[in-house]
Design a protein around this ligand. Structure first.
Ligand SMILES: Cc1ncc(C[n+]2csc(CCOP(=O)(O)OP(=O)(O)O)c2C)c(N)n1
Ligand code: SF4
Ligand SMILES: [Mg+2]
Length: 297
């Protein structure tokens, strides 16, 4: 199959008319992924922003078959959808999940782990906006260090979230999954390529896409894509793949852009002191030491 690009993906819309806030990164990820996968898709969405904005009866915003799962059950419902359609003789279809960071790294992690363990033939896409946005910006296991949320307030003594972000990509890879990747909606061609690649691989595929939320991050709606690029350029996120037991880095910034500039653009990090920013830079550098040693370029 020819490689799909931003120009050659379907002109058809499969996710439109939804109620996401202006500039929502998650809705861009869902829209682009469905354009790659085409109409023969069943998508499963747990509780979270994308189901809240996409299923407003009678204005259902998916033109492919879509269903809301329990919050914890994205992966187990994908397992059932895939097995059920196969049992009924369907061959040419994709079962894809779109779950948030909370739905993936916290409440849904056991169902995802089980599906990977069984090597069910599904694609699981985590759109990561780094908090439980739909219920009013609470900290999840993927909220980064220092971020202010409604459950990690910033005050004189504690400056937002005191815990680091879990690395779901490497957690999925640790299962020896057939394919896992990271992506950013700031680099759509790379995301599109990874979704297409996942659709051609048998077994469980996991894609983790950074999808900024202007409402929760405190940026303007027209800054979503730029901030999703900047998180990669500053080295606080990386574009990589895991396949056949190997990690591969897809992009290495020549020089990291300023971490401080990235953080200070966002309302959720405005309170950070110089020493907090130094800690964030130091943990980035430690991570890149590991990447440089263990990932192929
Ligand atoms: C079992 C259960 N617990 C809590 C909720 C409430 N709830 C609905 S959406 C949501 C937040 C989801 O956060 P995330 O998965 O990060 O997706 P986002 O809203 O950020 O897109 C929560 C806590 C629920 N629906 N079901
Ligand atoms: S709150 Fe954030 S994630 Fe939810 S719809 Fe709005 S921009 Fe998207
Ligand atoms: Mg979220």
């Amino acid at each position: 199959m020819a490689n799909k690009t931003a120009e050659s993906i379907s002109r058809d819309e499969f996710f439109y008319g939804h109620k996401a806030c202006a500039g929502c990164g998650g809705s861009l990820a869902v829209r682009a992924a469905l354009k790659v996968l085409g109409p023969n898709v069943v998508s499963v969405l747990p509780a979270g922003c994308m189901s809240a904005v996409g299923f407003n009866f009678p204005q259902l915003c998916f033109s492919n078959n879509s269903i809301i799962s329990t919050f914890a059950g994205t992966a187990s419902m994908l397992t059932g959808v895939e097995a059920g359609l196969r049992a009924r003789g369907y061959k040419d279809f994709t079962a894809v999940g779109f779950a948030g960071d909370g739905g993936t790294a916290d409440i849904g992690i056991q169902a995802l782990s089980g599906a990977i363990d069984r090597n069910d033939n599904i694609i699981y896409i985590c759109y990561d906006n780094e908090a439980y946005m739909n219920t009013g910006i609470q900290k999840s296991g993927l909220t980064p260090f220092g971020a202010k949320t409604t459950t990690t307030p910033a005050g004189k003594n504690i400056h937002g979230n005191i815990r680091p972000k879990k690395n779901m990509f490497e957690i999925a890879a640790a299962h020896d999954i057939p394919y896992a990747a990271t992506a950013s909606i700031g680099n759509l061609p790379d995301f599109i390529k990874k979704v297409q690649k996942a659709s051609q691989i048998q077994g469980t595929k996991y894609i983790h896409v950074i999808a900024p939320c202007p409402t929760g991050w405190g940026v303007a709606p027209d800054e979503t894509v730029a901030i999703a690029k900047e998180v990669v350029e500053s080295g606080l996120w990386y574009l990589a793949e895991y396949e056949n037991g190997n990690f591969k880095l897809n992009y290495k910034p020549k020089e990291f852009s300023s971490v401080e500039a990235y953080l200070k653009k966002q309302g959720r990090f405005k309170h950070l002191a110089d020493e907090d920013i130094k800690l964030i830079e130091a943990s980035r550098d430690k991570k890149w030491e590991y990447i440089n040693k263990n990932f192929e370029l």
